[in-house]
Design a protein around this ligand. Structure first.
Ligand SMILES: [Zn+2]
Length: 180
């Protein structure tokens, strides 16, 4: 990021994509970090999106063969050839998502971490349990951000944030949106 982000919003499973779309388009200093792999954020047009766990609509070569796209996008449902093949080496392709036990892309971790240098950090619709994503909230707080949690229920982070609002995120995020 060339400029310091003023605010970051972290939206996760169950979070309102339409809301985050509006926030990132109408307020150009909001950014979104997501653990979702369904790309609803992408389809909604959310800008400056960090996808920590990748995308099920992107593929990469199992063999990491030289010259294969890293990754490539294929939104066809279902894919015409199963299992999908690498266009370069003809070997098997796999979804470009982070599977259990795999490491996150360091570039995505760095991008998400950079967003914690913000004025306001909102964790929306997440149980705040999965690291390293869960650590972003704490990092943002340590860096001086005002932190808020919007979630349907209390989490481990509730006692640590400056403001915690419990309720359906679709509604509470809209309320926050109306206040700022
Ligand atoms: Zn290949």
């Amino acid at each position: 990021m060339a400029a310091r982000a003023d605010r970051a919003v972290r939206a996760e499973r169950g979070a309102p994509r339409a809301g985050s779309l509006r926030w990132t388009q109408a307020r150009d200093r909001w950014r979104v970090v997501t653990q979702n792999v369904d790309d609803l954020h992408v389809r909604a047009g959310t800008k400056d999106l960090v996808r920590l766990h990748g995308s099920i609509f992107e593929l990469r070569c199992w063999n990491h063969c030289p010259g294969s796209p890293h990754p490539w996008r294929d939104e066809r449902v279902p894919l015409p050839v199963m299992p999908p093949k690498c266009p370069r080496c003809g070997g098997l392709a796999r979804p470009a998502v982070v599977w259990f036990g795999e490491s996150l892309d360091p570039a995505n971790i760095a991008a998400a971490d950079a967003l914690t240098a913000c004025d306001v950090f909102i964790a929306a619709g997440t149980s705040a349990l999965v690291y390293p994503a869960a650590g972003l909230l704490h990092t943002a707080r340590a860096r001086g951000a005002f932190t808020a949690e919007l979630n349907v229920e209390a989490t481990d982070a509730t006692a640590l944030v400056d403001a915690a609002v419990q309720g359906r995120v679709e509604e509470t995020l809209a309320e926050v949106d109306a206040m700022i």
